[in-house]
Design a protein around this ligand. Structure first.
Ligand code: C2G
Length: 154
């Protein structure tokens, strides 16, 4: 039984997260994911839209994920590796080199991040949608509905 371990915030789950988790899952027989708690996110300078509980449930629902644990601190990795008898620690290559010290306990792999997608970008796009945009969309949809109704009546 080869166990893989990773950590992350996984806010606004997107294809970059999914591809990473699937690739990590393919490296072994079970994948354990440490999801950053809201408090730990603060130390990472991150504010999630979804709470820890919500992010944990979402990650838990992913097929290749065997187990979700809370990530409360930078220092828990070695204990988790021993506790879960981890064979491979994996994470995105944006962290390359940062976790080499774990090599005393298990294999460490850095996998390429998916380009051009991030929670930050998603948040930015969502925040640019304002009530004016929504009104324009609604007006446009109303016009389409008028046309559909006119066609139906003929
Ligand atoms: N990721 C990716 N491609 C993206 C975005 C993220 O492959 N476009 C990967 C990251 O490299 C990471 C995982 O998805 O392996 C989770 O990313 P984040 O939620 O941003 O987590 P992060 O802030 O990197 O937290 O102790 C480690 C930290 O908790 C890692």
């Amino acid at each position: 039984m080869k166990t893989v371990l990773t950590y992350g915030t996984f806010d606004l789950l997107h294809l970059g997260h999914i591809k990473m988790l699937n690739r990590l899952s393919d490296l072994g027989d079970r994948l354990i994911v440490g999801v950053s708690t809201d408090e730990f996110n603060n130390t990472k300078g991150k504010k999630s839209l979804y709470s820890f509980e919500e992010r944990a449930q979402i990650v838990e629902a992913i097929k290749g994920v065997h187990k979700v644990i809370p990530e409360n601190s930078w220092d828990q990795k070695l204990d988790d590796i021993k506790k879960f008898n981890v064979d491979i620690f994996g994470i995105g290559d944006d962290w390359r080199g940062k976790f080499d010290f774990l090599e005393t306990q298990c294999e460490v792999v850095y996998l390429e991040r998916t380009p051009d997608i991030s929670t930050t970008k998603l948040k930015k796009s969502l925040s640019s949608i304002n009530s004016e945009h929504i009104q324009k969309l609604k007006t446009g949809l109303d016009s389409v509905l008028d046309v559909v109704r006119a066609i139906e009546q003929n």
